[in-house]
Design a protein around this ligand. Sequence first.
Ligand code: NAP
Length: 294
Amino acid sequence: MTETDIAIIGGGAAGLSAAIYAARAGFIPYLFENVYMGGQIANTDIIENYPAMGIISGYDLIEGFISHLKKFEYNLRNAEIFEISPEKVIKTSKGDYKAKAVIIATGARPRKLEVAGEESGGVSYCAVCDGNFYRKKTVAVIGGGNTAIHDALFLSRICEKVYLIHRRGEFRGNIAPLRELPNVALVTDTILTSINGGKKVSSITIQNVQTKEVRDIQADGVFAAVGTLPNTEFIRNLGITDGNGAIITDECMRTSIGGIFAAGDVRRTPLRQIITAAADGAVAATYACAGIEG
Ligand code: NAP
């Protein structure tokens, strides 16, 4: 079993920030990433709210995080994590590790729509990844938060027509930029009830929750943007999550188990942004390192 001072699980904004802070504190952290570095940022078109960066692409922002970390010594392991024990033994697809401190920064994944037709393959959970497949076509974006609004804006530049379908009358985010766009239709107080046509979507069925009116609208694709679920299935044994699967921490990012910390979208937090994830990573690494030093 490989022994290390500090292990960081996840290579998004929180994990990369934690690794930078741990390395600057004189440790050589192990950073575990299963797929690719960057997490959800890598799938984000344009970021406008990371201070001092102005308007920057997700790709460029994450490249900045990674090149910053590369100035320091660290160990990257591309491995899947199967389990973490309360004793901080980490079982991975590349062997077992024992750490003095673990920072869980595995982020979150898109929530599913859970409507008929979703599983037949015609639904995308990433407008930036798949938008181009719908060039000059008609698509529906489902959701009323910032992701849905950003996705609708992004798709309005590619698609002929974009329906933004939200279950309530008020949006969570700022829809002002969408209001002036001739090819975007805001459909409020409306739920999606089915996606029709199989892998090649032909239409969707929607229902107005006030009038109960049901109608079909022609659509070639559906983009789900109804929030996220924390990636915590592999640590459910630890009993540190809430009813939604988010890890509960204190303000120092400590969980209820000594030496186990959480940072970013994976934890219960009132704001899930890149800056809050990065800040969480900094706090978690600072207190994790302090705990190791004694
Ligand atoms: P979110 O803010 O949680 O919004 C999810 C939306 O989906 C809500 O409007 C919700 O409706 C709707 N919804 C949830 N379950 C649904 C269902 N089963 N059927 C239909 N609609 C459903 O999620 P998000 O938009 O992914 O954003 C997550 C966090 O990232 C937020 O803090 C957001 O501000 C942030 N973010 C920021 C930016 C930015 O650039 N500032 C960009 C993207 C995301 P209700 O409103 O009725 O609950």
